[in-house]
Design a protein around this ligand. Structure first.
Ligand SMILES: [Mg+2]
Length: 369
């Protein structure tokens, strides 16, 4: 049987970051310590996926993901029939329910291989594309004002119409940084801020009432404080977006029931892949809550999958944050186009980009083997 899955490989990679990224809950490492996943069928169909855990944000580490992929997911998937891709994805969910990052890695690889086997782009399997491009926002980590100024100027000069500032340490300084960004971007530009749960309730209300020129205020307080978030919505000059409060579809239900958000930020990694991301989208849409597509600063593999998801989505109108490849010294794919503050849908079957296997090997660490 040509569609029989014969291999699920896990490549732990370490790719240096070009730009430092510090958020209120911790600093990103010097290197992107991710896992790239390759699946293969007996008929020679190949698919690539990615898992991008980051200790500052995710509960899983690179080692956790690698172990889960090899010990739990590989045995559940190898030998299965890729023609029945949903059946395989259900098996993955059962095999590793508590490991969304690991599940996302293999899910993307299986979906890529499935679309390639069918001879269609990934977006075709997701309902078709509604647009050719995904406009993006440029994220800027915490740091000295000089770094902020450099980053805002860079974003402006490279066609970005919106920046996202990481905040969440000191309210007064954060408001000052917002002022600097506004000045440099120009009044027509948009600004969103993300506190990554860093504020106390008091600080969050202080900042929320003073947000001139900011249109989104993301995750001001701890993820479980849904009641505080609901009250903040009434006090905030910007729309309130949750991120850490919503990993899974079940979290999305809690958030909408608590009326805790104006916007829910979906990330393919924390949700556990495109399937659960789509479930979150359905719950949000049914509740009248729009979505954003966020990022774990992924490589070109998950970024390409993200573009396909974005252009076929039905509830995401805001600019996406999937610009991870621009943060890396080097990417592992060819054929991904990010320019003028937007990503183009890669042409070609599956995720539409070509994975450069020599680069994957170059960045692979053998220490986990
Ligand atoms: Mg966030």
């Amino acid at each position: 049987m040509k569609a029989r899955v014969t291999e699920v490989e896990s490549f732990p990679v370490s790719i240096p970051f070009r730009i430092p990224f510090v958020i209120a809950s911790g600093a990103y490492l010097n290197n992107a310590e991710y896992i790239l996943v390759k699946v293969e069928t007996a008929g020679g169909a190949v698919g690539w996926g990615e898992s991008s855990p980051m200790p500052a944000f995710s509960k899983e580490s690179q080692e956790d993901v690698h172990r889960t992929l090899l010990k739990k997911i590989q045995p559940a998937v190898v030998g299965g029939n890729l023609e029945h891709v949903q059946e395989l994805l259900d098996k993955v969910s059962l095999a590793a329910p508590g490991s969304p990052y690991a599940r996302a890695g293999v899910e993307l690889a299986l979906r890529d291989a499935y679309a390639r086997m069918q001879g269609v782009p990934l977006y075709t399997t997701l309902g078709g594309k509604k647009q050719e491009k995904a406009e993006a926002v440029w994220p800027i980590g915490l740091g000295p004002n000089r770094f902020l100024e450099e980053q805002v100027k860079w974003a402006r000069n490279h066609g970005f119409k919106e920046v996202k500032l990481k905040v969440g340490h000191e309210p007064k300084k954060d408001l000052e940084r917002i002022g600097i960004a506004r000045e440099l971007m120009g009044r027509a530009a948009e600004i969103r801020i993300d506190a990554n749960q860093g504020y106390s309730e008091r600080d969050a209300f202080y900042v929320a009432g003073r947000l001139d020129g900011v249109h989104i205020f993301e995750q001001p307080v701890a993820r479980e404080k849904l009641d505080v978030l609901r009250r903040l919505r009434g006090a905030s000059k910007a729309r309130l977006m949750v991120d850490e409060s919503c990993y899974s579809p079940a979290d999305a239900l809690d958030v909408v029931k608590a009326e805790a958000a104006d916007i829910i930020n979906i990330k393919i990694m924390k949700a556990g892949g495109l399937g659960p991301s789509s479930d979150i989208q359905s719950i949000s849409a049914a509740s009248g809550v729009p979505n954003c597509l966020g990022s774990m600063l992924e490589t070109g593999i998950a970024t390409a999958a993200g573009v396909h998801f974005y252009v076929s989505s039905r509830n995401i109108g805001l600019r996406t944050e999937i610009v991870g490849p621009l943060f890396l010294e080097e990417d592992v794919v060819r054929g991904l186009s990010i320019g003028g503050g937007a990503l183009s849908v890669p042409s070609g079957n599956g995720i539409g980009v070509q994975v450069v296997e020599s680069k994957v090997k170059e960045f692979s660490q053998k220490k986990h083997d």
